[in-house]
Design a protein around this ligand. Structure first.
Ligand SMILES: *[C@@H]1O[C@H](CO)[C@@H](O)[C@H](O)[C@H]1NC(C)=O
Ligand SMILES: *[C@@H]1O[C@H](CO)[C@@H](O)[C@H](O)[C@H]1NC(C)=O
Ligand SMILES: *[C@@H]1O[C@H](CO)[C@@H](O)[C@H](O)[C@H]1NC(C)=O
Ligand SMILES: *[C@@H]1O[C@H](CO)[C@@H](O)[C@H](O)[C@H]1NC(C)=O
Ligand SMILES: *[C@@H]1O[C@H](CO)[C@@H](O)[C@H](O)[C@H]1NC(C)=O
Ligand SMILES: *[C@@H]1O[C@H](CO)[C@@H](O)[C@H](O)[C@H]1NC(C)=O
Ligand SMILES: [Fe+2]
Length: 479
C-alpha cells in the first residue's frame, strides 16, 4: 500500500487499515487480497550478544554439576523423553532418576556419555538418556548428577495421540544468545497462552559467528535455554548455523557440534539421519526437514519423505505441520529464493497431502502467507505465479528469535499478493490447537506486553474443515 510521506504514521496506519478493510469487503468472496506490511515502528538497535559473565550463562554450583539440561520427545507418540545434559569435570553418572512423586524418584534409566573435539575446543561430557514407557498427560520429576551434584527438574507428558486433543505449541527460530534472544525467551515463557512444547525452526547458538566457531558459545547457549528446555520439550530442526563446516581449520564433518549435543528420535520414524524425522504429539503430526541435506530425487531425505507422507492418518492426527529452516515463500531481500529448489521438489506433495502449515526461519523477521501454491509450471507452459490454493499450506517465517545478526528489514516491493502479513520485529508465535477443526495462531512481538497479539489467524484444518481462510477472516477477527 503506497502512502504519502507528509501524513503522520498514525494516520497512515488508520488509512491503511481502513483501505485494507474496504478492499476486503469489495472483493469477498474468493478474490485476491492486498497483503499487509506492518507499519509498526520499533527501536532500531543492533542485537548484541550477552557477555560471557551474564546471569543466564551462570554455571550451576556444586562439583561436576549437570548443566545445559534439555529434553525432547524420545519416540513416535510422546511416551518417551530424551534427557540431555553436560558435566564439565568428569563423566560422572549417566543415570536419570524419575517418577511422578517429587520426593520419591523410584524409576531410573541409564544413558550414554560422549565427547567431541572441534579445532582446539574439547567438549564437556555430553549425556543423553532416553526414558521410556511413560504415562500420557502426567507430570514427571527427574534428576541428573547422581552421586555428585543432583539437580531436579520436571516435565509434563502430552495427552494420548488422538484427533480432538487440544495442545499448544510455541514457535521460535534463529534464537542466538543476544539480549534480544533473552527477551524472546522471556516473552514466550510469560505468554498467557502457555506453550507446552517448542517447535524450533533452526539456527540455535550462532557459535559459528565467533573465531574458530568458538564452541564455548554452544555451552553458553545450552545454559541459557535450560530454564525452559529442561521443563518442556524443544523439537529441533537444523539450520545453516548448525553446519559448522570449516575445512580451513580442519573441521569437515557437517553438523558435528549439533549432532553431539541435540539428539532426536529419528529412528522411530524410519529415518536414517538425525536431520529429518517426524513425531506425533497430541493431535499433530510434525515433520522436520533439513534444508541443508540432499533432498533431490533418490536421496535418503527424498525417499523418506515420499514414504512418510502417506503414513499420516488424519483420523488420528488431524494437524499436519512441517518444520524446515529455509522458507519457500519469502518476500524479504534476505535469503531470497534460497528455499526455491526444495520447493520445486516437494511442494506438489504438500498440496496433495494437504499440509496445514509450514514453519520456517532463516530470515530474521516475520511473515505469513496466504494459502497458495505454485505447482502448475512445467518449464514450457509459463504458469509460474503463486495462486490461491485452499489445499496448500500457510507458510510462516518465524526467524525472528533475536540473534546477533539483527533484523532483516529490507523487503521486496511491492509486497507480493501471496504475502498476507510481514513485519521486521523480534518475537515468537503460538499455535494453539483446539480440536480437529480449529487452531488459533498468534504472533507476539517483543516490544509488546506478553499477552498482545501482533498478528493472528484462525486455522481451519485442511482435512476435516477446509473452509476458505483469507485475510478477510483475519481482518474480521481484528474488529
Ligand atoms: C534475561 O532475562 C531474565 C528473565 O527476564 C532476566 O532475569 C535476566 O536478568 C536477563 N539477563 C540478561 C543478561 O539480560
Ligand atoms: C583456541 O585458539 C584460539 C586462537 O586461535 C585461542 O584464542 C584460544 O584461546 C584457543 N582455545 C583453547 C581452548 O586452546
Ligand atoms: C487411522 O486412524 C484411525 C483412528 O485411530 C483408525 O481407526 C484407522 O484404522 C487408521 N487407519 C489406518 C489406515 O491405519
Ligand atoms: C534492499 O535490497 C535490494 C535488493 O538486494 C538492494 O538493491 C537495495 O539496495 C537494498 N536496500 C537497502 C536500503 O539496503
Ligand atoms: C496475484 O495476482 C496475480 C495476477 O493478478 C494472479 O494471477 C494470482 O492469482 C494472484 N495470487 C494470489 C495469491 O492472490
Ligand atoms: C472446535 O473449536 C472451535 C474453536 O474453539 C469451536 O468453535 C468448535 O465448536 C469446536 N468444535 C467442536 C466439535 O467442538
Ligand atoms: Fe539461518
Amino acid at each position: 500500500m503506497k502512502r504519502s510521506r507528509s501524513i503522520s504514521p498514525a494516520v497512515a496506519i488508520l488509512v491503511a487499515e481502513a483501505l485494507a478493510f474496504v478492499v476486503v469487503l469489495a472483493s469477498l468472496p474468493g478474490q485476491t487480497f492486498a497483503g499487509k506490511t506492518s507499519a509498526f515502528v520499533r527501536k532500531d538497535e543492533k542485537a548484541v550478544d550477552m557477555p560471557l559473565d551474564s546471569d543466564v550463562f551462570r554455571v550451576p554450583p556444586g562439583y561436576n554439576a549437570p548443566q545445559q539440561v534439555h529434553i525432547t520427545q524420545g519416540d513416535c507418540d510422546g511416551l518417551a523423553v530424551i534427557v540431555s545434559w553436560v558435566t564439565p569435570d568428569e563423566p560422572g553418572s549417566s543415570l536419570v532418576l524419575y517418577g511422578t512423586s517429587e520426593n520419591d524418584l523410584i524409576l531410573s534409566a541409564n544413558g550414554k556419555v560422549e565427547q567431541y573435539r572441534y579445532y582446539n575446543y574439547t567438549s564437556g561430557y555430553i549425556h543423553h538418556c532416553t526414558i521410556r514407557n511413560l504415562k500420557y498427560d502426567t507430570v514427571y520429576y527427574y534428576a541428573v548428577g547422581v552421586d555428585q551434584t543432583l539437580r531436579k527438574f520436571w516435565f509434563t507428558t502430552p495427552p494420548e495421540v488422538g484427533p480432538d486433543v487440544p495442545y499448544t505449541f510455541g514457535l521460535i527460530g534463529d534464537l542466538g544468545q543476544s539480549f534480544d534472544s533473552n527477551n524472546t525467551l522471556t516473552h514466550y515463557e510469560l505468554n498467557p497462552r502457555k506453550g507446552k512444547t517448542v517447535l524450533f525452526v533452526g539456527d540455535l547458538s550462532y557459535a559459528d559467528n565467533y573465531l574458530n566457531h568458538d564452541n564455548v558459545r554452544w555451552d553458553t547457549w545450552g545454559r541459557f535455554i535450560e530454564r525452559c528446555a529442561a521443563y518442556q520439550p524443544w523439537i529441533w530442526t537444523a539450520g545453516n548455523h548448525e553446519i559448522d563446516f570449516a575445512p580451513d581449520i580442519g573441521e569437515t564433518e557437517p553438523f558435528k557440534p549439533y549432532k553431539h549435543r541435540f539428539h532426536v528420535p529419528y529412528t522411530a520414524s524410519g529415518s536414517t539421519a538425525a536431520l529429518w524425522y517426524s513425531i506425533k504429539r497430541a493431535s499433530a503430526y510434525i515433520i522436520v526437514l533439513s534444508s541443508y541435506s540432499a533432498y533431490g530425487k533418490y536421496t535418503p531425505q527424498f525417499k523418506w519423505l515420499e514414504a512418510e507422507l502417506p503414513k499420516v492418518n488424519r483420523s488420528q492426527t488431524p494437524w499436519l505441520i512441517v518444520l524446515m529452516h529455509s522458507p519457500w515463500y519469502n518476500s524479504y531481500n534476505y535469503h531470497y529464493m534460497e528455499g526455491e529448489t526444495m520447493r520445486v521438489m516437494y511442494e506438489p506433495w504438500f498440496v496433495n497431502y494437504k499440509v496445514d502449515v509450514v514453519f520456517a526461519g532463516h530470515v530474521h523477521a516475520y511473515e505469513r502467507s496466504e494459502r497458495i501454491s505454485n505447482v502448475a509450471y512445467n518449464i514450457v507452459n509459463g504458469q509460474c505465479s503463486p495462486v490461491p490454493d485452499q489445499s496448500a499450506p500457510v507458510y510462516i517465517t518465524i526467524g525472528d528469535g533475536g540473534n546477533q545478526e539483527g533484523l532483516a528489514t529490507n523487503m521486496t516491493e511491492p509486497q507480493p499478493n501471496y504475502s498476507a502479513f510481514r513485519e521486521a520485529s523480534f518475537g515468537h508465535a503460538i499455535f494453539d490447537i483446539k480440536n480437529r477443526t480449529h487452531a488459533y495462531y498468534s504472533w507476539h512481538r517483543n516490544e509488546d506486553g506478553y499477552a498482545v497479539e501482533a498478528d493472528k489467524m484462525w486455522f481451519t484444518n485442511r482435512f476435516w474443515h477446509p473452509t476458505e481462510e483469507s485475510s478477510a477472516y483475519v481482518m474480521h477477527s481484528l474488529h
